[in-house]
Design a protein around this ligand. Structure first.
Ligand code: NI
Length: 240
């Protein structure tokens, strides 16, 4: 759980946000519902909100309230995403024994964090929880969440190359080659076993997120030169 304070907030039309986030985060990040920007410890973030939350925020804006302590809003449970080259991203995740209440709650937090980032996939490893859990939503409306607990992948064939990005490597997009068709076995959020065949973007995303559980990042597929350049730029950006 992460309670944040709203220091500043401003509302923009969805089309404007889409334009801005697409240049900032890449083509996969679009908003279909209302969103606002807020400032959290100096960095600007975006999040989508419900009608009920909007009325609370608008009222706070009207009254020029600073949402602190008493008025603090527990809007969503955002988890902190580790950024490359953080060594904790190299941890190999362990199997989940069974889906307890705490696992279910964590899955919800992971989904909220993925949607808020915004992203189309997130692995537990990326929020420093080293359990074999990934969440994905590649739907256009961002309303088809997929939860994979203890996923295992079987390659069915073919190769595809596509542009990948990662919430742990923000702002960088590179071409990566992956298997075209895969089959994945996992438990869903209730602990029920299921099997799914995937291709295209979903197959890429599942392979990318499962790599995280092995401590592997998409930059590992790039040349050492490209990888070093990305690492230097991220470290430089963090210093400034
Ligand atoms: Ni990633």
């Amino acid at each position: 759980m992460h309670r944040f304070q709203m220091i500043a907030y401003f509302f923009k039309p969805v089309e404007v946000l889409n334009r801005e986030t697409r240049s900032l985060c890449g083509p996969h990040h679009t908003f279909s519902t209302e969103a606002c920007m807020y400032q959290d410890k100096g960095s600007l973030k975006l999040f989508k909100f419900s009608i009920a939350q909007k009325s609370i925020i608008l009222r706070a804006c009207e009254l020029n309230l600073k949402l602190d302590n008493k008025n603090e809003l527990d809007l969503m449970s955002l988890l902190t995403i580790l950024e490359y080259p953080d060594s904790r991203l190299r941890t190999v995740a362990r199997n989940v024994d069974r889906v307890t209440t705490s696992v279910s709650n964590f899955v919800e937090d992971l989904l909220e964090t993925m949607y808020a980032a915004p992203g189309i996939g997130l692995a537990a490893t990326q929020v420093n929880v080293h359990k074999r859990i990934i969440v994905i939503d590649v739907s256009a409306e961002h309303n088809e969440p997929l939860v994979f607990i203890n996923p295992t992948i079987e390659v069915l064939g073919g190769m595809q190359t596509s542009e990948e990005g990662c919430l742990s490597v923000p702002g960088f997009f590179e071409q990566v080659e992956r298997s075209e068709k895969i089959s994945v076995k996992a438990w869903d959020k209730t602990g029920t076993r299921f099997e799914l065949e995937a291709e295209g973007l979903l197959a890429v995303c599942i392979q990318h997120e499962c790599d995280h559980l092995e401590g592997k990042l998409f930059v590992d597929y790039l040349s050492g030169l490209k990888r070093n350049r990305i690492r230097h730029r991220i470290q430089k950006r963090r210093r400034t």
